[in-house]
Every structure is written in C-alpha cells, then in structure tokens.
Design a protein around this ligand. Sequence first.
Ligand SMILES: *[C@@H]1O[C@H](CO)[C@@H](O)[C@H](O)[C@H]1NC(C)=O
Ligand SMILES: *[C@@H]1O[C@H](CO)[C@@H](O)[C@H](O)[C@H]1NC(C)=O
Ligand SMILES: *[C@@H]1O[C@H](CO)[C@@H](O)[C@H](O)[C@H]1NC(C)=O
Ligand SMILES: *[C@@H]1O[C@H](CO)[C@@H](O)[C@H](O)[C@H]1NC(C)=O
Ligand SMILES: *[C@@H]1O[C@H](CO)[C@@H](O)[C@H](O)[C@H]1NC(C)=O
Ligand SMILES: *[C@@H]1O[C@H](CO)[C@@H](O)[C@H](O)[C@H]1NC(C)=O
Ligand SMILES: *[C@@H]1O[C@H](CO)[C@@H](O)[C@H](O)[C@H]1NC(C)=O
Ligand SMILES: *[C@@H]1O[C@H](CO)[C@@H](O)[C@H](O)[C@H]1NC(C)=O
Ligand SMILES: *[C@@H]1O[C@H](CO)[C@@H](O)[C@H](O)[C@H]1NC(C)=O
Ligand SMILES: *[C@@H]1O[C@H](CO)[C@@H](O)[C@H](O)[C@H]1NC(C)=O
Ligand SMILES: *[C@@H]1O[C@H](CO)[C@@H](O)[C@H](O)[C@H]1NC(C)=O
Ligand SMILES: CC(=O)N[C@H]1CO[C@H](CO)[C@@H](O)[C@@H]1O
Length: 555
Amino acid sequence: MRRCSCWQLLWLVLVCSWRIAAAQAQAAPRTDPTEAAALNTILGRWGKKASSEWNISGELCSGLASDKTNWDDYPNINPFIKCDCSYNNNSVCHIIKLRVYKLNVVGQLPSELQNFTYMEDLNLAYNYLSGVVPSFIGKFTSMEYLNLAFNPLSGQLPKEIGNLTNLLMLGVSFNNFTGELPEELGNLVKLEQLYIDSSGFSGPFPLTFSKLQRLKILRAQDNDFTGKIPDNFGSMSSLEDMAFQGNSFEGPIPASLSKLTKLTNLRIGDIVNGSSSLAFISNLTSLSNMILRNCRISGNLGLVDFSKFANLTYLDLSFNNFTGQIPQSILNLGSLEFLFLGNNSLTGSLPDPISSSLKTLDFSYNQLSGRFPSWVNQNNLQLNLVANNFVLVGTNSSILPSGLGCLQQDTPCFRGSPEYYSFAVDCGSNSSTSASDNTIFEADPTSLGTAAYYVTSQTRWGVSSVGNFFQGTNGMDRIYSSSKHFQNTVDSKLFETARMSPSSLRYYGLGLENGNYTVLLQFAEFSFTETPTWQSLGRRVFDIYVQGALKEKNF
Ligand SMILES: *[C@@H]1O[C@H](CO)[C@@H](O)[C@H](O)[C@H]1NC(C)=O
Ligand SMILES: *[C@@H]1O[C@H](CO)[C@@H](O)[C@H](O)[C@H]1NC(C)=O
Ligand SMILES: *[C@@H]1O[C@H](CO)[C@@H](O)[C@H](O)[C@H]1NC(C)=O
Ligand SMILES: *[C@@H]1O[C@H](CO)[C@@H](O)[C@H](O)[C@H]1NC(C)=O
Ligand SMILES: *[C@@H]1O[C@H](CO)[C@@H](O)[C@H](O)[C@H]1NC(C)=O
Ligand SMILES: *[C@@H]1O[C@H](CO)[C@@H](O)[C@H](O)[C@H]1NC(C)=O
Ligand SMILES: *[C@@H]1O[C@H](CO)[C@@H](O)[C@H](O)[C@H]1NC(C)=O
Ligand SMILES: *[C@@H]1O[C@H](CO)[C@@H](O)[C@H](O)[C@H]1NC(C)=O
Ligand SMILES: *[C@@H]1O[C@H](CO)[C@@H](O)[C@H](O)[C@H]1NC(C)=O
Ligand SMILES: *[C@@H]1O[C@H](CO)[C@@H](O)[C@H](O)[C@H]1NC(C)=O
Ligand SMILES: *[C@@H]1O[C@H](CO)[C@@H](O)[C@H](O)[C@H]1NC(C)=O
Ligand SMILES: CC(=O)N[C@H]1CO[C@H](CO)[C@@H](O)[C@@H]1O
C-alpha cells in the first residue's frame, strides 16, 4: 500500500512540473516595472514583508495576486495586492488593489502611490499614517474603494477627491482632519457608501450631497458639523442608512427627510436649537432602527400611529420634549426590542399589554403615574422607571429592583429625616476600598443593563443607567476593569473599575442633610492607549451634570 501511494505522488509531481514548464514557455505577464518599484519602495520603507503565500520577492503579480480569486478570502495575506494582467495582449500586469490593513504602519501617505494609476481598491485603514491627504489622490480615476479610516491624517480633505468619479466607497472615519467637507464630494455620483464618523470635520454640510443619488450609507457621526441639515437631503433617494449624531446641527430637522422611504437606519441626535416635529417619519415605514435622541422634538406622542412600523426593532426618542401618553401602538410592535423614551414629558400610566419582543424599556424622567401593570414582571425585561410619579403604596413593587420609591420625581424617602452627610462610590467595584484620606468608597458591583437602576441596602445612594451600545457586540461589558497601575494618584485601585454607559449614567445620594457639598469626580482613561497605533485614536467625550446643572461639556 505504502509503495503504491508513493508512486502515485511521484506521477502527480511529474505532471505538475510539466504543466508549469509549459505555462512559462508562453511568457508569463510581468508587473509594470514602475509599479513594482514603487510598491517595493513603499513596503520597504514601512518595513512590511508579505506572507509566504504571496511571492513578493520575485514577480509581484503572480500566484494569488494575479489569479481570479477574491482577496477577501485571504485576509491573512496582508499586505497584499491584486493585479490585472490582461494589458498588452496579456503581457503586462497593473496593480489594481493594494491593502496594508491594520498593521500599525507609521508614516505618511507615500508619494510613490501616484504611480498606481490603475488602482481600483486602496485599503490603508487601521494604521498610524499622519500628515495630509495629498492632492494627487485625485489622479486615481479608476478608484472604486478608498479606505483611509483609523489613521491620524490631518489637514483638509483635498477637493481633488471629487475627481474620483468612479468611487463606490469612501472611508475616512476616525482621522484628525480639520475644516469643512469639500463640496466636490458631490461629484462622486456613483458613491454608495460614505464613512466620515469621528474625523474632525466642521462647518456646514455641503449642499452638493443632494447629487449623490446612489448613496445608500452615510455615516457622519461625531464631527462638529453646524448649520441646518440641508433641506435637499430629501433627494438622496437611495439612502438606507444615515447616522448624524454627535454634531452641532441646528433644528429643525428638515421635513424633506420624509421622502427617504428606503431608510432602514436613521440616527440623528444632539440638535442644538430650533424645534422639530415627528411628522416627517410617517412614511419611513421600512425603518428598523430609529434614533432621534436629544433632537428638540416636541408634540403629543400619544397621537403618533406607530402601527405601520412593522420592522422597527430599536426606537430611541429620549431627551426630547414629547408630551401626551405612551401610545399603545408602540408597545404592540411585534419586532420592537429596545424602546427609549426617557427624559420627555410623558404623562398617564403604563399601557397594558406589551409585545413579547420587548427587552428594554426606558421611561425614566417623565411624569408617568399610576400603578404597575402585570408585565413589569416579564422575564428579563430591562425596565427603568426612575424619576416619575408612580404610586408605590399598595402596588406590588417587590417585583421591581428595590429602591424605586427613593428614585421618584421628588425623592420621597428620608423626607424630613435626613441621615447622611456624605457618600463615596468606587464605580463598578466588587469590594469597598479605603482611600488614602480614609474615605470608604463603597462597592458598586451590580451589573446594570440597557435600562436599569438600583439602590443600596442602606438606602444611602443609588445609580441608574440607560442606553445600548448600538450594534455593539452582545453582552458588551458595562463594568470595565483594568489591572493597569495608574500614575499621578495614590489611590490607583479606585481606577481599576469603571462603569460605562452609552446614553446616561446617574448616581444619586439619598437621605443627605441640607447644605453645601463638595462633589469630587475622578476619571482615568484606560481604553485608548498612548502608543503610536490606531488603538490610540479617539477619545471618550461626555457631559457632566451635577444637580441638573451642566458642569462640563464634552469633557
Ligand atoms: C513614482 O512617482 C513619483 C512621483 O511622480 C516619482 O518621483 C517616482 O520616481 C515614481 N517611481 C517610483 C518607482 O516610485
Ligand atoms: C517567485 O517569483 C520568481 C520570479 O518570478 C520565481 O522565480 C519563483 O519561482 C517564484 N516563487 C514562487 C514560490 O512562486
Ligand atoms: C497575442 O498573443 C497571442 C499568443 O501569445 C498571439 O498569438 C497573438 O498574435 C497576439 N496578438 C497580438 C495582437 O499581439
Ligand atoms: C490631531 O490634531 C490636533 C490639532 O488639530 C493635535 O493637537 C493632535 O495631536 C492630533 N492628534 C493626533 C493623534 O495626531
Ligand atoms: C480635479 O479636481 C480639481 C479640483 O476640484 C479640478 O480643478 C480639476 O479640473 C480636476 N481634474 C480633472 C482631470 O478632472
Ligand atoms: C440656532 O443657532 C444658530 C447659531 O447659534 C443661529 O444662527 C440660529 O439663528 C439659531 N436658530 C434658531 C431657530 O434659534
Ligand atoms: C406620505 O405619503 C403619502 C402618500 O404618498 C403622502 O400623501 C403624504 O404627504 C406623505 N407624508 C409625508 C409626511 O411626507
Ligand atoms: C419588513 O422587512 C421585510 C423583510 O425584509 C420586508 O419584506 C417588508 O417589506 C418590510 N416591511 C416594511 C413595512 O418595510
Ligand atoms: C422643551 O421643554 C423645556 C422644558 O419644558 C423648555 O424649556 C424648552 O424650551 C423646550 N424645548 C423645545 C425645543 O420645545
Ligand atoms: C407580588 O409579586 C410577587 C412576584 O410576582 C408574587 O410572588 C407575590 O405574590 C405578589 N404579592 C402580591 C401581594 O400580589
Ligand atoms: C452654601 O453656599 C452658598 C454660596 O456659596 C452660600 O450662600 C450659602 O450660605 C451656603 N449654605 C450653607 C448652608 O452653608
Ligand atoms: C429632567 C431632565 O433630566 N431633564 C433634561 C432632559 O433633557 C434636556 C436636554 O438634554 C435637559 O436640558 C433637561 O435637563
């Protein structure tokens, strides 16, 4: 048996080598020498070598780099290229794709790149490329996919980018640009996806975007865009996914958005002034995720008919000015899982019954009243009812997390009989910690989900957390821990755990004597590194309120 299989092997080897010989006799196509030299220069300067699957030392456009395989099937060959070898009667190869992805390359966008005049797909995302995007970027007129996301690129985005009229996807999220978006972006009429989250842009959004008739995905969160959301956005009729939170747009939200009936994801937030109405959503019935948080929207929510939104799974209308009752039509939606209505002026009592799909209900900070319906008991339902006017006496509130009585609108417990002068919390910690000044920081170990609260057994303090990491990984930890040693503090241990909340996190001192208090909040950063890597890009930004008064903006 053994001998036999050896013979077979030998026979195969012979056939194969004969085939290779025959192919080579037909004169294999050669990589354009200028492009080959440019690539070797670039990768040499960046100190990047190819994996063994790609023959970088010899003919660049050979093997997997030149065949018809999809490079997405070989994510571990990185850096990597793809070539088109059909030029000059199949004798010349041009490099049409280049990826140097997530390799923490430190440097600038090299001028040698401009020799790749046939480039269709350039992916340099997740590195540490600094400096400006050179205007020669406009020469890549064959480019379809350009991804420069997660780099510290700076300066203005050059207007020449508008010459890339074959672009289908442009990604520049998580960079350090300045200035306005060039209005020439409106020339990219084939564009289907545009990612400009957290990239430093400011000023008004260009009106020319209305020309992007094929644009499906527009992500522009967390920049400093100002002015109104252009009224002509309603003509971007292919839009399916639009994300605009974390800017400083003025209201009102343009009514023309009502024409974007293909939208499945709509995220607008943090509108700075003006007042909007919710009327524009009435025909956006394909929506699956609707986030209109902190948008200065007013009106009677009870009069809005949600029954047409059959596919809605996520609805966040928190931090607005809605009045009226919670419409039964919301709670009946068969697909709805997350509902955030906190911080409005909703009145009335909780409706009955609710859809079994619901997992998270946030009604905190409204003027709801009455008793609790039976469903508050529903298995694993996340339910935040703090800061309302519910009737607790005579209600079976034992089914709810304890302490709700102390967390109603006018903190009714301890009225007239305060007991405490201080409290201290080690956020997210499993055990209490004595700090160097002998303050005892109490443990705060309770896992709080998307809409939850609790009050300690001594009713000394409580905490409420609301929000969901949108499309975050399941079970994303809300208590963060680190074994890092923190400098500049003698109480390093206090910083080893922290709570994270995607929308609002509130701590309450209960039963405190009247008087003036000193509030000491201590923060440490332990997620973004200080290394020259893409992991260092970004920063956590939040506002701090004490007793309802804004103390720090974009801290
Ligand atoms: C590539 O382009 C640059 C700028 O046009 C040029 O200086 C360089 O010599 C070219 N060739 C190579 C191999 O980089
Ligand atoms: C790599 O390319 C060189 C030159 O084209 C060739 O001689 C060599 O056999 C190739 N190696 C592999 C592993 O394909
Ligand atoms: C292209 O190459 C083939 C085979 O190598 C040859 O037969 C044919 O004449 C060439 N055509 C041209 C236009 O050069
Ligand atoms: C981003 O730009 C600012 C100035 O605009 C600079 O202070 C900061 O260091 C830059 N960040 C990075 C990561 O380059
Ligand atoms: C490229 O863009 C610039 C600035 O937008 C423009 O002046 C120039 O004519 C464009 N070049 C081509 C070849 O389209
Ligand atoms: C909104 O704020 C901008 C800039 O502060 C101001 O110019 C504009 O008039 C304001 N609009 C309204 C409706 O208050
Ligand atoms: C919704 O569509 C109907 C029918 O096309 C139209 O009459 C109505 O004005 C639209 N509503 C909004 C808010 O655009
Ligand atoms: C909901 O989604 C399904 C499946 O994607 C689709 O067929 C249906 O048209 C959608 N409904 C609405 C109201 O958009
Ligand atoms: C929202 O309500 C608050 C308090 O009731 C009020 O001061 C504010 O002007 C309202 N904002 C809008 C946009 O209606
Ligand atoms: C309160 O609710 C709990 C849990 O559902 C149940 O066991 C208990 O019997 C209820 N008590 C009253 C008085 O209804
Ligand atoms: C609290 O501080 C304010 C302003 O500093 C002062 O006017 C007030 O008297 C203080 N109250 C008490 C009870 O100390
Ligand atoms: C009661 C409460 O928290 N109200 C807040 C609701 O949201 C607006 C906008 O963020 C705040 O200004 C209110 O203080």
